[in-house]
Design a protein around this ligand. Sequence first.
Ligand SMILES: [Zn+2]
Length: 407
Amino acid sequence: MAGRHSAAVAFWPHGVHGEGEVPGELANRCTGAVGGLEIGELGAPPPEQPGEVRFRALSEGTRRFPNHDRVETGPGLAVVLDGAFTPIECGHTTSRYVSDLAPAAARHASDRDVSLAEAVALGIGEAAAEHRERCGDNPLSSPRSTVAIARANSDAGKLEAYTLADAAVMVLLADGTVDTLQDLRVERYSPWNPSAQRLAELRSDWAAGWVGSEPALRFPEGNWSGSPEDRRQFDQELKGFAEALAERRLPPGLAGFDRQVQTFLGWMKDQREATLRAVNNPDVEGGGFFVAAAKPQDAYQGLQREYPLGEVQAVAVMSDRGRELVTLMADARGELPYGMGRRPPYTDAHVMRLLGEGGVNYFRNALRRAEHSDPDGMRYPRGAPFADFTVAFADLRPSRRRSGKLA
Ligand SMILES: [Zn+2]
């Protein structure tokens, strides 16, 4: 099929196995794994000047997760946005918001006299102007996005990093350590981990209750953590399941199981609402978390860090799924190419090594393999089993500036 073929070609666009070559076994496994992936957009390479820090970038969605990320690169600058996968009823879509905000923030950030937080604030001011005026500035009814930026400032001799919510900047330093700037306040409010755990317990109680006999009903297997539409559908299935249980005779060990399922549904709803209450809201317990939305001043809630430029060997800017590879690798092991996942510990240094040795396409391949090794997201609970993903990477080591790979 043409679509499958192009997905496989896109999977190894260059270099990793030799130009244009896709080994048969790997091609089959990966075509099966990612059939339907959109082809990644490669950032247009800017003209290169001697000594310039140059980013290579990749951004893509998946069949179930349209791409709400955006990447903008320029000389010594990379801006990555990861838009929230939330329906916005006024028609000012997340996709439009990130398409406007990324270039606006990049344009302001290209002026080295403007701080990165200020560049993001100015960008939000422009990208959300129409929505703010017509529809208001409530973050829950506004398009939202995480932001991460890396900027080389040669005159000041520093690399500047900025993050608002969980998009990450990772910096490989001269001593071999990797420093990661990522604002993980959002994780305190994430409903995914506790929900996945409770759901797994319910499933296993259900299976165990039918000692020696076939369960009379199938426990719903829908996508409980995917898109809003997936979640609605899963909630419906689970509700229907509980209602059907209430009308049946169950084994003694499962008495009251329908009420447990109903309780879980109510609890999951509370979790999701607690997450929403914490968006750009410092008044909730724990201080909330912050993303780019309609108000420019939220940009100043981002985290910033600086590094002496001479100490920086490489820098990567990525949406959260990229850094999740560290955790995914621990689960994927044998699934990763070239044994990269077989040597624990799994650290940010592995992520930078994958990027440094293979480039952004190679990194994406490793990530998709790792996702596929846990396709339902049960072993490693995450927002979506296959997510949109964006990375920009620059290698500052003099011998590698041209290729971005090992010689
Ligand atoms: Zn609007």
